[in-house]
Design a protein around this ligand. Sequence first.
Ligand code: ATP
Length: 186
Amino acid sequence: MRRVLGLKEIIIDGFKSFSERTKISFCNGINAIVGPNGCGKSNIVDGFLWCLGQQSAKTLRASSMQDVIFAGSLKRKAHSMAEVTVVLSNENGLLPIEFQEVAITRRLYRDGESEYLINKQAVRLKDIIELLAHTGVGKEAFAVIGQGKVSEVISQSPQDRRTLFEEVAGISHFLIKRKESERKLE
Ligand code: ATP
């Protein structure tokens, strides 16, 4: 059986519409979050992507990275920092780290300074990318299928669609290696 990562919790504070620290716990199997249009459901998905290292503001539906920090409302002041923590279960040892539970945190301040942490220890973005490599949860993986993605997949060319299947099947890493070896042989 293919080992998968267990998503335990996401804690969002000052990110997009989440002015108050909000913790969402996930159970095994399918979890659903329901709410009226515009209440912030997609912001949770954005928070997940952002925390795991997404660098494109456009992908996060923001015009600049600072845009993800809570901008204030009629009754609440704007925040000076956004923070999202994603807690993953590592009981099956899929992540190359000696912890049963791994909390990944990303912070961004209005002055542009950012911080990444793994289990409360400051790390580089590179460390997070390396930690998640080959788990199928990296920023280029299709672990997150957002709104509009399904229709995009249907209207793709067969070649582009094949790339998606290869990525999901976890073989693109080997295909890249094969191309590299072929180039060297030439
Ligand atoms: P839909 O049902 O339309 O998909 P949704 O429930 O997924 O909506 P989102 O798109 O996640 O909702 O949330 C949109 C809301 O988040 C908007 O009201 C927007 O003003 C708010 N929002 C986004 N960024 C910020 C920010 N930086 N500060 C405050 N509010 C923000």
